[in-house]
Design a protein around this ligand. Structure first.
Ligand code: DC
Length: 223
């Protein structure tokens, strides 16, 4: 039997950094599903396809091949065989991923890949609809959140560390806009599963969040 930990929450709640650390500690494969939506978004941006051009997107999906590999340094995503992991963490890709992930054709395109991973490995998977749609039977579900201001602060630091020059207000507005898009879409909106544990990280530091999460996981899965 495979174990699954589903982590959902809004942009910038710290899902990926915490999930990476916790998965290492418990020996599970970390699956970052946002990276898959970002990879599709990157293809669309590269090919000048707009989020509103659903027919072109449907056509494009016939040619897009998305895959992932888990290496020593974490998850890598591939677009038609090319490792694009370093190209997907930009603001335009974030926004395009948020907009196009509302489309059912994009969601169903990526669905099987996510379920396959959970069938093969013990996974800690993060996203927006993991506990509600992708892995509704996950043994552990956590909804990770923090205030929009705190999330913007954390995102800003990430951008600055990568030398990307953006203002706090810009990042905050983008986060609020993405929250709205992700929570209000018709298909698989971001929401807490009824059986998920709510973890608000606004006042917690990285280690405290990791410890809390391990505590929740070990109360439900024999580690
Ligand atoms: O987790 P992230 O910020 O890398 O995700 C980028 C976008 O992809 C996010 O705004 C919404 C979408 N997404 C989704 O709809 N479902 C998921 N399971 C993961 C991400």
């Amino acid at each position: 039997m495979k174990y699954a930990v589903a982590i959902d929450g809004p942009a910038g709640a710290g899902k990926s950094s915490v999930a990476k650390e916790v998965s290492k500690r418990i020996g599970f494969i970390y699956v970052d599903t946002g990276a898959l939506y970002r990879t599709v978004a990157l293809y669309l941006l590269n090919n000048n396809i707009e989020a509103s051009e659903t027919e072109k997107i449907a056509e494009a999906l016939k040619h897009i091949e998305v895959s992932m590999e888990h290496k020593e340094d974490g998850q890598h995503v591939f677009l038609c065989g090319e490792d694009v992991s370093h190209l997907i963490r930009t603001e335009p890709v974030s926004m395009m991923a948020s907009t196009t992930s509302a489309l059912p054709i994009v969601r169903s395109f990526l669905f099987d890949l996510q379920v396959e991973m959970a069938n093969k490995y013990n996974v800690l998977m993060d996203g927006r609809d993991i506990g509600t749609v992708v892995l509704p039977n996950a043994q552990v579900k956590i909804f990770l959140t923090a205030s929009a201001e705190e999330r913007a602060k954390r995102r800003l630091l990430e951008y600055q560390a990568k030398g990307q020059d953006v203002s706090f207000d810009f990042v905050l507005q983008e986060i609020i806009k993405r929250d709205n898009q992700d929570m209000n879409r018709a298909t698989a909106p971001l929401k807490k599963a009824d059986d998920a544990v709510l973890l608000d990280t606004t006042a917690l530091d990285f280690n405290e969040v990791c410890d809390k999460m391990i505590e929740i996981v070990s109360s439900k899965i024999p580690l």
